[in-house]
Write a new protein. Sequence first.
Length: 167
Amino acid sequence: MVSQVQATRGFYIEAMTEHDLLEVVEIEEACGLSRWGWEAYHAELTHGENALMLVARPVEQSDTSTAENVKGFIAARLIAGEVHINNVAVRHQHRLQGIGRTLLQSVLDKAAEAGAETAFLEVRAGNAPAQALYGRCGFRVTGRRTNYYAGPPEDALVMSLAIRTSA
């Protein structure tokens, strides 16, 4: 069931399914993320026992076969008391609507429930919008990985966040 807050925003968050993967890959490619591809997302969904994979869906679905069922997505993994944010992307036409922040916060909430104490991610050194989003969510730069990304080659900034648990 979609809450009133979600309905007002025009989207809601739920677990990614195999049926979402074609759109997830489409968003990945359109946003210029380092390519994972269908197989990697599918493997995480089916064999990733500690995977946290969520999508943002529109509250109102169109009746056309070309309708977008996914506005954005996040792929993360729980490992030894940490959550590693692997990919976050939102369709260009749906940016600046709070989708990325809500996806990120949803994963952080689920990670806290699972006992994670720290969150980590890498972001392209030249991706100022993503860095700003992560900064607004409390992440801070804690390191740099030289030539981490290919196509085009670029350094990654390592960002981390201490997760507050309710325990």
